[in-house]
Design a protein around this ligand. Structure first.
Ligand code: CA
Ligand code: CA
Length: 252
């Protein structure tokens, strides 16, 4: 069959990878963070400095040059003691500048950062436990020294979250700023379960005849039965020994 041993070898490696992939890659979903509002009334950084204005006004507020606020959202495994600088194992999303000192989102329109919606997709079995680090930063053009000094606020949240429609509200409040957001995890289309690893794609062809319910369980289309709903249910009265059928309601 194989005129070339190298070709055969490559073929078997490909088969192996496909087998591994269908087992591991069959999970899919996304973590969705919806920013609701940011209130930084004086336009300050976490260290108390002004974001951009040189001096303060008489009322203690920073001047007219507002913070250029962008977000960095880091999602990773549950950590008892959260490491700030470590890798974002589940995903990282950094937005463009999305507001000044104080702003809010309604999150109604479709889109990404313009509506304050930050999405981190995943292609692994959702572990349920997680750590989330939400940071607001001020964007500068290298005029304010090191970027590390430009942190406005950091909100750390960890716990357990299951996929679902409901949005979990979070409010982070400090002397500098208040950040409000909601979060949820959702499975992609055709993926179900608490880990988004239960796959069900409705089909009506040679490989099966079924639809999927809300839990990802297969339900045979009328006239079909069996594990993959591939067996036609023959005409009533058709002999189970001598009769057969390839389409429902038939008897040969
Ligand atoms: Ca500015
Ligand atoms: Ca700035």
């Amino acid at each position: 069959m194989w005129d070339n041993p190298g070709k055969a070898h490559r073929f078997f490696i490909l088969c192996f990878l496909l087998t591994v992939c269908t087992k591991v890659c069959q999970s899919s979903g996304y973590f969705e963070l919806q920013l609701i509002s940011v209130e930084n009334p004086r336009g300050q950084l976490l260290n108390g400095d002004c974001c951009d204005s040189e001096g303060r006004q008489a009322d203690g507020n920073c001047g007219l040059d507002e913070c250029d606020t962008y977000f960095r959202v880091c999602l990773k495994e549950y950590q008892q003691e959260v490491k700030i600088g470590g890798p974002c194992t589940y995903g990282l999303e950094i937005t463009k500048v999305i507001g000044g000192n104080t702003f809010q989102f309604r999150g109604s329109q479709k889109g990404s950062h313009d509506t304050g919606k930050i999405v981190i997709p995943f292609q692994f079995s959702w572990p349920q436990d997680y750590t989330l680090i939400v940071e607001a930063w001020d964007k500068d053009n290298g005029t304010h020294g090191s970027d590390d000094e430009l942190l406005i606020e950091r909100s750390i949240y960890k716990g357990k979250i299951n996929p679902g429609e409901g949005k979990q509200p979070v409010e982070h409040r400090s002397f500098i700023a208040t950040i409000k957001y909601t979060m949820r995890v959702r499975c992609d289309e055709h993926y179900y379960g608490m880990r988004c690893n239960n796959v069900c794609r409705p089909r009506d062809d040679y490989f099966g005849h079924y639809v999927c319910d809300h839990f990802g369980k297969r339900h045979c289309i009328e006239g079909w039965e069996g594990e993959d709903c591939k067996t036609a249910i023959c005409k009533q009265g058709c002999s189970s020994l001598h009769g057969t059928c390839s389409t429902p309601g038939e008897c040969k």
